[in-house]
Design a binder for this molecule. Structure first.
Ligand code: SF4
Ligand code: SF4
Length: 415
């Protein structure tokens, strides 16, 4: 298999068909969660200064994107773009959110917009009518019951659980249909909760299956590693320790830690799945591939920080900014974007070419330590033996769980 590099055409195409614009509407937050990615445990983000994104910046960016969105090259007849509001706590900059929604809704352009938000729910009682009225897809951060939620504290160190619980219950009572269709939960796993306690609480109280995430294990400050290790809980282990493992893994199977691996395995190696009809005629050995599991810049989303940095997504270090919004204009040099991305691929190409996992790689290059240095080393690399172990793990897992195989094949891969 031959490696392919990123082209400017692909980046333009990604902007034309942009699926999501995420706006960091403020870096201020009314909570001080102990494990926050912008808190004491981590480095690699712009200093938090209680800033608020200005509407001028948002307008400048949207106007710039509209030029791409008017292109006839869009792949869908009525493309859809999510406008996501992110923080800090986004509800602390509600004026900007309302201005943005109004501006986007009045664009004379052939495109559907859907609004989305991740919130800690502390101010939800004030703004729920607006949010429900605009049918925001709302993701609420809730780590389970009061004990599970106890790292999510206010500025005086008090658990925010009571306020969050009251606000979410109020939303459920006042806007029941909206709640069922558009509200979801994200829970962070740590040493005060578990997959089972969190799932059970949220399912019983709100009828929802929460997405569960582990603490981010990259960018940890060297003096905080012990604290991180004390706080961290592994999702797969926590799931395995559940008394109701079978039932739980069935209910949350798409979010189960192994599922992404198994999906990729089935997709790439089983020979039984095809993305479209033309795949049936392709000789796999002729296929080119792009190493690493990194998305194309703007292929998934575009993230604008409160300081005007344009980044590929909100989950990576702000030092990977690709452009900016400054003084009423967007600075985004697509040649620079392409060259920078390709230079990372080049640095990794020796490892990727001989890596046995390259057809199912899920490694984002921005998480590879020292990727800006001369010789970054990918810890996801698999030699032949590692890969055979991985293969036999996938096969034995699927053999033990025929019902999971059926679900992956029918409910996830084939629509
Ligand atoms: S973490 Fe990496 S692969 Fe994932 S969306 Fe961000 S840039 Fe893309
Ligand atoms: S796991 Fe690492 S070395 Fe292997 S293909 Fe992915 S990025 Fe390259």
């Amino acid at each position: 298999m031959e490696q392919i590099r990123l082209t400017k055409y692909e980046v333009e195409d990604a902007l034309i068909n942009l699926k999501q614009v995420t706006l960091e509407v403020t870096d201020a937050c009314n909570l001080r969660c102990k494990y926050c990615g912008y808190g004491d445990l981590y480095f690699g983000y712009d200093k938090r200064e209680d800033k608020y994104l200005s509407f001028d910046m948002v307008k400048t960016l949207i106007d710039y994107l509209v030029d791409f969105w008017k292109s006839k090259k869009a792949t869908s007849q009525i493309p859809k773009t999510y406008i996501g509001f992110y923080g800090g706590e986004p509800l602390m900059n509600m004026d900007l959110i309302k201005q943005t929604v109004e501006y986007v809704e009045n664009l004379k352009i052939n495109r559907n917009f859907v609004f989305a938000m991740t919130t800690n729910a502390m101010l939800l009682d004030r703004y729920m009518d607006y949010i429900a009225g605009k049918k925001f897809n709302t993701l609420i951060s809730l780590d389970g019951n009061s004990k599970g939620h106890s790292y999510r504290v206010n500025h005086s160190g008090r658990n925010s659980f009571d306020t969050v619980y009251r606000n979410v219950k109020l939303l459920q009572q006042k806007h029941p249909e909206y709640f069922v269709e558009h509200v979801n939960f994200n829970s962070v796993l740590h040493n005060r909760n578990s997959v089972e306690t969190t799932y059970t609480f949220i399912k019983n109280e709100f009828g929802k299956t929460p997405a569960m995430s582990e603490l981010n294990n990259s960018g940890i400050r060297s003096d905080k590693i012990e604290e991180f290790n004390r706080t961290y809980r592994n999702k797969a282990e926590s799931l395995l320790q559940s008394e109701n493992y079978e039932k739980l893994s069935e209910d949350i199977f798409v979010g189960e830690p192994q599922t992404e691996q198994l999906l990729l395995f089935l997709h790439q190696y089983s020979g039984n799945t095809f993305r479209n009809y033309t795949d049936l005629f392709i000789d796999e050995s002729e296929l080119k591939y792009r190493s690493t599991g990194t998305c194309t810049p703007f292929g998934k989303k575009l993230f604008l920080t409160v300081n005007g940095k344009i980044i590929q997504c909100e989950r990576i270090d702000h030092n990977f900014a690709l452009g900016s919004v400054e003084n009423g204009r967007v600075n985004l040099d697509l040649d620079y974007v392409v060259n920078r991305f390709n230079s990372y691929l080049d640095k990794l190409s020796k490892q990727c070419t001989v890596c046995h996992r390259k057809k199912s790689c899920i490694q984002c290059l921005y998480y590879i330590p020292d990727i800006d240095g001369d010789k970054p080393v990918c810890h996801g690399f698999m030699n032949k033996n590692d890969f055979e172990r991985f293969q036999s793990y996938c096969l034995s897992h699927l053999a033990k769980k025929p019902q999971l195989y059926e679900k992956l094949m029918t409910e996830v891969l084939v629509e």
